[in-house]
Design a protein around this ligand. Structure first.
Ligand code: BGC
Ligand code: BGC
Length: 650
C-alpha cells in the first residue's frame, strides 16, 4: 500500500521522459494512485455492447485497428482518403472549415459529414467521428449561438445555466452532423498570464468540478437515461489532462512543478466532476509535470486516470502533442500509445503516422494487447454513441434543422449568460443603473465590435480573421445601447475616439484585450496594455470634460487596471461575452419605467490583481467572489448543485 509507486515500471517512463537530469525531479514525480479519488463510471455496464466490441475487434485488419487510433484534420484529409486509410475520426482544428471557407454554410458542414460517413462505412467499416472544439457554443459555424467564454460563466456561479448551454451546444452541433466536442476545458488557471485563462471557469476547484459535471451532462445527456448520447447529444472531452493551468509563470504548454497533492486537490477537480457525469473522452495536455510531458506520463494517464479514476472511454492526444515526446515526431510515436493515449491527434501527418504505427504494431514495438485495448476503447465509445446504428449524419434526428442554429430561444440563453457574467467593480456614486432617456456617448475602440466581444476560438482559431460577416446575428455593445435608449427616449452616439459636439449625460467606454488563443495570449506581466495607454487617455479626457464615465472592460482575465479604474466613475468587468451585447445593456440600464430589470449578479471567478507583478501572497485589489450589486445587500444566490456532481459511493 505504501510502497513507493516508482518501484513499478512507470518510473522508468518518468525518468526517461526527460527530467533533464534534475535530481529533484525523480523524487517529486512519484505518483501514488491510491491517493487519488477512486471513481466508477456512471455509465451502466453493458455486456451486450462489450460483446459487440469484441466481435468488431476480431474482424478488424491491423490497418483498420491502427486507423482507429488516428485523428486527422479536415484541412488535410478528404473523405475519399478514408477509403484507403480507415481512420477512426477527424476534427476541424482552429483554422479548418469545410471547403476551406470560414464562412461555409451549415449545409456544407452537414454534406461533408455525410461524405466522411459514406467513405468510412463503404467497405463495411464503422463510421468515423467528427470532433470540433465548440468551446463556447458551436463556435466555428457562422450563425450558431455563441456563449460567453468560460471565465464569464465562472463569474455567473450557475451550474444549471452551464448545463443548459451544453445542451444547446450539443443540439447545434448535431444540426451540422458532427458528433464530438473537444470541450469543456476544466483547467483551474493559477496564473492569469496564461493565454488560456479565459477557457478556465474559475480558480475555485469546486466550482470547476460542478461546472465540468454540468457541461458534460448538458453535452452528453444523463448517463443511464434514454437521452444519453442520443441524437440530441454529443461526446464531450474534458481537457487538458493534467495541470495545463498550473504551469510556471502561466506559460502555455509549460511545465508544472506543483506537488502531487496539489495536482489532486486543484488540477484534477474538474475531471472528478466530468467523470462522475460520464465523460467519454479526455484530452491530454501539452504541458509537462516536473519536466515530463503529459503525453508520455504513463503513471498519470494509465495508472491514475484509467485505473484509479475508472475512466473506460478514449484518451485523445492534443494537436501533434505526441511529437513533443523524446524520440517522437508528428509521424511516429509509440511512446504516447505506450503511456496510455488511445487516439493521436495527427492533423497533417496522419498518412505517414498510419504507416509507421502499423509497422510498429507488426514488429511488436507496440504490444498487441495495448493496441487492442486502445481500439476497444474507441469502439466502446462509438457504440455507446450509437454510431453503428445512427445512419448517415443527415439522417439523424436534428440534422439539417438549420432554424435551430442561433434560434431565438438559444440566443436568449446566451444573453442571460452575458447578464449573469458581468461583475461590477466600482460604482460609488450610483452612476449605474443608467436611464434610457439619457444622452449617451458610446466610446472606446471595442464599442462596436462583435469580434472583440467574442475573443479567440470564434469562427477561427485566434478570433482575428473575420469581421462582422462572421456573425449572422448578435449586437455590439454600442448597437445594444442604441436600441435601449431609442426605446427609452434618449440618444446614443458612437464615437470610438470619444469626440462630441454636445456634452453627453454619460459616456460608456468599451475597451480591453484584442482576441487571442493559446500561447499567443501569454503575457509577461498582468499589466493591461503595456506601452499603449490610449484607453486611459480617453477616460481621462472625458473626465476632464466633466462627462461621467462608465467603463466596460472586455478581457479574457483580470488585469492590473488601477489607473483605468481610477479614471472611471463606474467599472464593469464584462469578460468575453460573445455576440449578445444586449445582455450588457440589460444590466446597465433601467427600464423605460425606471425600474432595475436586472441587477449585477456576477462575482469574480479569480482574484483581481492590484499590480502587474503581484508578489506571492500579496492581497489582491478585489478578492475572488467580489462583485457589487445595485441592491445594497443582495441575498446570496441559493446553493445550486448539479445532481451529477454530488458524491457517489462505491
Ligand atoms: C488545443 C486544443 C484543441 C486542439 C484542436 C490544440 O492546439 O490545445 O485545445 O482542442 O488544438 O483545435
Ligand atoms: C490549429 C488549431 C491548433 C493550433 C495548434 C492551429 O493551426 O488551427 O486548431 O490548436 O494550430 O498549434
Amino acid at each position: 500500500m505504501t510502497a513507493p509507486y516508482c518501484a513499478l515500471a512507470a518510473c522508468a517512463v518518468l525518468a526517461a521522459g526527460g527530467a533533464g537530469g534534475q535530481a529533484h525531479a525523480a523524487a517529486a514525480v512519484r505518483v501514488h494512485p491510491l491517493r487519488w479519488p477512486q471513481l466508477a463510471s456512471p455509465v451502466p455496464a453493458d455486456p451486450g455492447l462489450e460483446e459487440r466490441v469484441e466481435r468488431l475487434l476480431t474482424r478488424m485488419t491491423p490497418e483498420q485497428k491502427v486507423g482507429q487510433l488516428i485523428q486527422a484534420d479536415i484541412g488535410s484529409i478528404s473523405p475519399d482518403d478514408l477509403r484507403h486509410y480507415p481512420l477512426g475520426s477527424v476534427l476541424n482544428g482552429g483554422n479548418s472549415w469545410p471547403n476551406d471557407d470560414e464562412f461555409a454554410a451549415a449545409s456544407e458542414w452537414l454534406q461533408l459529414a455525410d461524405r466522411f460517413y459514406e467513405a468510412a462505412t463503404a467497405a463495411g467499416g464503422i463510421a468515423a467521428l467528427w470532433a470540433t472544439d465548440a468551446v463556447h457554443g458551436h463556435d466555428h459555424v457562422v450563425g450558431a449561438t455563441i456563449f460567453p467564454h468560460n471565465i464569464g460563466l465562472g463569474a455567473a456561479h450557475d451550474p444549471e445555466l452551464v448545463r443548459r448551454i451544453g445542451e444547446i451546444t450539443a443540439l447545434e452541433v448535431r444540426v451540422t452532423g458532427l458528433d464530438w466536442v473537444l470541450a469543456p476545458t476544466v483547467a483551474v488557471a493559477r496564473d492569469e498570464r496564461w493565454g488560456r485563462t479565459y477557457e478556465s471557469y474559475s480558480g475555485d476547484p469546486q466550482l470547476v468540478s460542478a461546472y465540468a459535471a454540468a457541461m458534460v451532462t448538458g453535452l452528453q445527456g444523463e448517463p443511464g437515461s434514454a437521452q444519453f448520447l442520443d441524437g440530441a447529444h454529443v461526446l464531450a472531452t474534458p481537457k487538458h489532462f493534467l495541470g495545463d493551468g498550473a504551469t510556471r509563470g502561466g506559460r502555455d504548454q509549460g511545465d508544472s512543478t506543483v506537488s502531487e497533492g496539489e495536482l489532486i486537490a486543484v488540477a484534477a477537480a474538474g475531471y472528478v466532476g466530468a467523470l462522475r457525469a460520464g465523460a467519454q473522452a479526455v484530452m491530454v495536455s501539452y504541458s509537462s509535470w516536473h519536466g515530463v510531458r503529459m503525453h508520455g506520463n504513463r503513471a498519470l494517464l494509465t495508472d491514475v486516470l484509467k485505473g484509479r479514476m475508472g475512466f473506460d472511454g478514449l484518451l485523445l492526444g492534443d494537436w501533434d502533442g505526441h511529437a513533443q515526446l523524446p524520440g517522437c515526431s508528428p509521424v511516429a510515436c509509440a511512446a504516447a500509445l505506450d503511456a496510455g493515449l488511445d487516439v493521436l491527434m495527427a492533423p497533417g501527418g496522419w498518412r505517414e503516422l498510419h504507416a509507421n504505427t502499423l509497422r510498429m504494431a507488426q514488429s511488436g514495438a507496440i504490444p498487441a494487447a495495448r493496441l487492442d485495448d486502445a481500439v476497444r476503447r474507441v469502439l466502446r465509445v462509438k457504440l455507446r454513441a450509437h454510431l453503428d446504428r445512427e445512419g448517415p449524419p443527415s439522417a439523424r434526428p436534428f440534422a439539417g434543422r438549420y432554424e435551430l442554429l442561433g434560434s431565438a430561444e438559444h440566443r436568449a440563453v446566451a444573453r442571460q449568460a452575458v447578464r449573469e457574467s458581468l461583475v461590477l467593480l466600482k460604482n460609488p456614486h450610483q452612476l449605474l443603473p443608467l436611464s434610457p432617456s439619457a444622452n449617451v456617448l458610446v466610446a472606446g475602440d471595442a464599442a462596436d465590435s462583435i469580434p472583440r466581444q467574442s475573443g479567440g476560438w470564434t469562427i477561427d482559431w485566434q478570433g482575428t480573421l473575420t469581421g462582422k460577416q462572421g456573425f449572422a446575428h448578435g449586437e455590439s455593445i454600442y448597437a445594444a445601447v442604441a436600441a435601449r435608449v431609442a426605446a427609452g427616449g434618449g440618444t446614443a452616439t458612437l464615437s470610438p475616439g470619444g469626440a462630441f459636439t454636445h456634452r453627453p449625460d454619460v459616456a460608456i467606454v468599451v475597451f480591453g484585450e484584442h482576441p487571442y488563443a493559446e500561447g499567443a495570449g501569454d503575457l509577461a506581466t498582468l499589466e493591461y496594455s503595456p506601452g499603449d495607454k490610449h484607453d486611459l487617455e480617453l477616460l481621462r479626457r472625458l473626465r476632464a470634460q466633466h462627462v461621467p464615465v462608465v467603463s466596460v472592460f472586455l478581457s479574457g482575465r483580470p488585469l492590473a487596471v488601477g489607473a483605468e479604474l481610477a479614471a472611471s466613475d463606474s467599472f464593469v468587468a464584462a469578460w468575453l461575452p460573445g455576440p449578445e451585447g444586449g445582455g450588457v445593456a440589460d444590466v446597465l440600464f433601467r427600464s423605460a419605467a425606471g425600474e432595475v430589470q436586472y441587477d449585477f449578479r456576477g462575482r469574480l471567478p479569480f482574484p483581481w490583481p492590484r499590480s502587474p507583478r503581484p508578489a506571492p501572497g500579496a492581497a489582491p485589489l478585489f478578492a475572488a467572489g467580489f462583485g457589487l450589486s445595485y441592491r445594497p445587500n443582495p441575498p446570496p444566490p441559493p446553493p445550486r448543485r448539479d445532481r451529477s456532481s454530488t458524491p457517489r459511493r462505491g
